[in-house]
Write a protein that binds this ligand. Structure first.
Ligand SMILES: NC(=O)c1ccc[n+]([C@@H]2O[C@H](COP(=O)([O-])OP(=O)(O)OC[C@H]3O[C@@H](n4cnc5c(N)ncnc54)[C@H](OP(=O)(O)O)[C@@H]3O)[C@@H](O)[C@H]2O)c1
Length: 323
């Protein structure tokens, strides 16, 4: 499949816009844009030109003329639209929470558990893309766990408004700076937000540590793009801060910044790496380390991670076809 026929579903949204940008940069040619009936007939930028948006319906996506579908719509739209596309033969990567925690559906961060994506090839052809905070967190926890065993983790997030979609970005732009505030705009599961619960459950699934103690406090900040996280980990075995920083320096998709530089959303926005800094001892815990990270939530936190998964699937499918 040298030139896959690709459908970008949710093409008018915050993640869909970046998905189209990344696909054009990677020189994919056969790309179609889909969104709701509201946007059908409008155009979206693609490389030097534009694409006309088609209405995403089960019939249109299930017609059997797409090899790959990248979904960035809400959970209920995904539940309606992903199955017909997959049943018609398309490899599907879904960025909503519809399939993330469902048994049998791989939840993948290529740098951490990329091999899991291939399981979808012999099953339902659907891979789930994790939450935009889970992706950078696991990129950093993965190498630390491999070296010294992860005993527990605590996280405080500082999430940008683009994580809540294109409309929220427009609202922030229109708002007077004096009205900017921190918000916790998630739904609540008891005294925890669903965002906090997702961060724990998804991290456990990706790292295959079903009992990992992990607690989080998630906050949205008046920043346009770029999520940041303060992370405290307790390891099973001692690991010096120098060794931890070296492991992270060698980790794929991670860039370590040394003081006086430190990760910020502005530094992360528009880049592909998870920026990590302030790697230091956490004296409040045995074998404790603290660090700080920032990541472009629309790129590695969503669109880029999904394209990396798709490229694993396309390569895996080509290998199987050639065998
Ligand atoms: N933003 C992030 O950082 C991020 C990160 C990871 C995962 N995600 C997930 O990615 C998904 C999209 O997020 P977003 O931030 O891009 O949201 P968004 O900016 O609000 O965009 C939503 C997109 O979905 C389309 N859509 C909505 N309902 C639809 C329907 N019934 N049928 C077909 N298309 C429909 C919209 O089309 P119209 O323009 O026609 O309404 C739009 O293109 C969500 O599931 C979100 O949880 C987002």
């Amino acid at each position: 499949m040298s030139t896959p026929r690709i459908g970008v579903v949710g093409a008018t949204g915050a993640v869909g816009t970046i998905t189209l940008q990344l696909l054009a940069e990677r020189r994919y040619e056969h790309v179609r844009a889909f969104a709701s009936a509201r946007s059908a007939g409008s155009t979206v930028p693609f490389g030097p030109g534009t694409l006309t948006v088609e209405e995403a319906t089960p019939d249109a996506l299930g017609a059997g003329d797409l090899d790959l579908c990248l979904f960035s719509v809400g959970t209920s739209a995904s539940l309606e639209l992903v199955p017909p596309a997959a049943e018609a033969g398309a490899l599907c990567v879904d960025k909503s929470s519809a399939y993330r925690l469902v048994d049998g559906y791989p939840l993948v961060v290529p740098e951490v558990n990329g091999e899991r994506a291939l399981e979808a090839l012999s099953r339902h052809r659907i891979v789930a893309n994790p939450n935009c905070c889970t992706i950078p967190l696991t990129c950093v926890l993965g190498p630390l766990h491999e070296a010294a065993g992860l005993a527990r983790a605590r996280v405080a997030t500082y999430q940008s408004v683009s994580g809540a979609g294109a409309q929220r970005m427009q609202q922030l732009q229109a708002e007077e700076p004096a009205a900017h505030d921190l918000v916790m705009d998630w739904s609540w599961e008891g005294d925890e937000s669903d965002e906090e619960a997702k961060l724990r459950a998804e991290t456990r699934k990706i790292m295959e540590l079903p009992e990992l103690p992990l607690s989080a406090t998630c906050v949205r900040v008046p920043v346009m793009v770029g999520h940041s996280e303060a992370v405290w980990v307790e390891l099973e075995r001692p690991l010096s801060t120098e060794a931890a920083a070296d492991l992270l320096r060698a980790a794929p998709g991670v860039r370590v910044l040394d003081l006086p530089s430190f990760p910020t959303p502005a530094a992360a926005a528009g880049t592909d790496d998870v920026l990590v800094g302030r790697v230091r001892r956490d004296t409040a815990a045995e074998n404790g380390l603290a660090l700080y990270l920032s990541c472009d939530n629309l790129r590695k936190g969503a669109a880029l991670n999904a394209i990396q998964i798709a490229e694993l699937l396309l390569a895996g499918a080509a290998e199987r076809a050639a065998a």
